[in-house]
Design a protein around this ligand. Structure first.
Ligand code: NOJ
Length: 480
């Protein structure tokens, strides 16, 4: 819909920004922290862009006060960060590391002293290596109990001060990259294992939500963050439209239906069974999934996906992705008989070949609202780009401002439609380690003076987008 007048953002709207422990903290072996799978994986030759890792990252662990002060000066209302499981339980389970808990106490208290709402992610991809060694991590149902024990420890410790909790961050991505595409730890490429692990992760997600509800923490909310990329058909050709239905179900409903309804979509389950890759569902599983209904849907939105018909015989399968920032190097991919991705001629792409589609955020919000009737917290949205530090410490990232500004407009349109959006966290606050893409892919509103191999000064330098966002917050999202 086009609107001549849009509603205002609610006064409680959380204008925020986000990060994740492994991507910012550094201090990988400090104060009793155990190793996570990423501490090992990033050091496997060839695993990440130019061998970059998060040993130091942007040293947020030691510089959190400076970072929080910058947030306060910007007027940020919320900061989303993740807790490193291996700081709290160095072995994943068993003995608690008090120094790890104390670090997050300090961070939370620092945020609260400036009235910045902490949004805490329980799991942002860094399972303790000890659990991987002990029983294969997410592949073993023991992880459900261990993850629950870790989560309940956090709820009890911080529940008095933290009211916004994210359970699993982008389950579809960490399970997919870890067990299907082989590019995140443990670098497995096996469809059957992918679906098995995903089911166990669903159970773990439901279990912690169930435990959270049982604790009855006053005014506290919890939900998963899902990486949702709404699917468009390439043309009105009914075969392409059906391909887009297939993809929307397999790539999105397959997770969100489980989160909200505790049910797997039928056509996808039929496809998985026919191909011998359906997850093993034990008695009690579906009951647990139904018991873990979230309070909100966390939405990580970056792009849309356009698909066309992909024949069963001779169709396109898994293909190369672009982790180098050389535009145009990713290839279309798909599942024969289901769908195949194609370029959308109406949208631009980033240097990493991610579609730029602000209106897609409007579509995402509408689809989630219409299907699940839950409030939505936008837990991530942002532009990965090459930034240039110019003389006088200027970073003129007008392209990022354009990107963010258009996405904020899309949110306001969705609000006008009646969608309940609780807040908007940009990704990311400072520049950080982009997992497989090194440090050159910058998302922050605050520049960090470091590159792939040289930690340089690690100085924090606000970009032009930092000041733009500051003003936007002051005007509570009104853009003219
Ligand atoms: C989503 C992930 O949650 C985050 O860790 C990552 O860096 C961004 N997407 C950008 O790729």
């Amino acid at each position: 819909m086009d609107y001549s007048k849009k509603v205002s953002f609610p006064s409680t709207f959380l204008w925020g920004s986000a990060s994740a422990a492994y991507q910012v903290e550094g201090a990988w072996n400090v104060d009793g922290k155990g190793k996570s799978v990423w501490d090992n994986y990033a050091k496997v030759p060839g695993a990440t862009f130019q061998g970059t890792n998060g040993d130091v990252a942007v040293d947020h662990y030691h510089r959190y006060k400076e970072d929080v002060k910058l947030m306060a000066e910007q007027g940020l209302k919320a900061y989303r960060f993740s807790i490193a499981w291996s700081r709290i339980f160095p072995d994943g389970t068993g003995e608690i590391n008090e120094a790890g808990l104390a670090f997050y106490d300090r961070l939370i208290d620092e945020l609260l002293s400036y009235n910045i709402v902490p949004v805490v992610t329980l799991y942002h991809w860094d399972i303790p290596q000890a659990l991987m060694d002990a029983y294969g991590g997410w592949e073993n149902r023991q992880v459900i109990e261990d993850f629950n024990n870790y989560a309940v420890t956090l709820f009890k410790r911080y529940g008095d001060r933290v009211k916004h909790w994210v359970s699993l961050n982008e389950q579809n991505i960490f399970v997919g990259f870890g067990y299907r595409y082989g590019s995140h730890p443990p670098a497995v490429k096996d469809e059957k294992r992918f679906y098995e692990v995903n089911h166990i992760a669903n159970l773990a997600n439901a279990k912690v939500i169930q435990s959270f509800k049982a604790l009855n923490i006053p005014e506290a909310l919890i939900g998963p963050s899902f990486a949702y990329s709404p699917v468009y058909p390439a043309t009105p050709n009914p075969n392409d439209v059906l391909a887009s239905e297939n993809a929307e179900e397999l790539l999105a409903h397959f997770w969100m239906d489980v989160y909200v309804w505790g049910e797997y979509p039928k056509a996808t389950m039929h496809y998985l069974s026919e191909n011998g890759i359906a997850p093993t569902i034990l008695p009690g599983d579906m009951e647990l999934l139904k018991a873990g209904k979230p309070d909100f849907m966390g939405l990580n939105y970056y792009q849309t996906t356009t698909v066309e018909y992909n024949p069963l015989i001779g169709g396109v399968g898994v293909a190369e992705m672009n982790f180098s920032g050389k535009k145009g190097t990713s290839k279309d991919s798909g599942i024969p008989g289901m769908y195949k991705t194609v370029q959308n001629p109406y949208t631009e792409t980033t240097d990493w070949d991610w579609t730029i589609d602000p209106q897609g955020l409007h579509v995402a919000l509408r689809r989630i609202e219409n299907r699940y009737h839950l409030p939505i917290l936008i837990t991530e949205n942002g532009l990965g780009a090459f930034d240039t530090l110019e003389s006088d410490d200027q970073i003129n990232d007008d392209y990022r401002i354009d990107y963010l500004s258009q996405h904020v407009s899309a949110i306001q349109e969705a609000l006008t439609d009646g969608v309940e959006v609780l807040g908007y966290c940009t990704w990311s606050y400072t520049d950080l380690l982009s997992w497989l893409n090194g440090y050159q892919k910058r998302y922050g509103m605050v520049y960090i003076d470091r590159d792939e191999h040289d930690e340089k000064t690690l100085r924090r330098i606000p970009k032009k987008s930092y000041f733009w966002f500051k003003e936007l917050i002051e005007k509570n999202g009104e853009q003219n």
